[in-house]
Design a protein. Structure first.
Length: 148
């Protein structure tokens, strides 16, 4: 276990700063957008706006970085565990608010709401890693100069 923690911390420390910045910007904007969408559609929202920072940046960014080398389904599976824990704790501590009788309750029933949220948000890890990789490459990769 100690090796796992040390290896994970080393991987996080060795991640290029430009890549970390790309993750932070994309995940922060994505989190704000999803929180707003959830509130507008009266599905679910964070109790406080700043939870986007703690959830998306301090929790999801490091997990995404650790998972980025894995295949899609492995990222999704590990992401499902991470999001299952986050969803469970969020509703247990009431730091997340699910609107009563929301559209997902009607579609899946209230007992499956948190499970549905975890299943959906686990896609953030493979999707986020794909998006961040594309954006980082587009913005930060050096372009080859063709010589005449």
């Amino acid at each position: 276990m100690k090796n796992f923690v040390n290896d994970s911390l080393k991987k996080l420390r060795n991640t290029p700063k430009s890549l970390v910045l790309t993750y932070i910007i994309i995940y922060f904007l994505w989190g704000l957008g999803m929180n707003r969408f959830g509130a507008e559609m009266e599905i679910a929202r964070f109790t406080f706006w700043w939870q986007v920072i703690t959830c998306y940046i301090f929790y999801m960014v490091p997990i995404s970085i650790l998972l980025k080398e894995y295949h899609f389904f492995d990222q999704y599976a590990y992401g499902l565990v991470a999001m299952g824990i986050l969803e469970f704790l969020g509703y247990w501590f009431q730091t997340s608010y699910a609107y009563p009788n929301n559209m997902l309750d009607h579609l899946f029933n209230p007992q499956n709401f948190s499970l549905g949220m975890a299943l959906f948000f686990a896609l953030y890890f493979p999707a986020g890693n794909w998006l961040v990789t594309k954006m980082h490459h587009l913005i930060f990769q050096k372009k080859e100069v063709k010589k005449p």
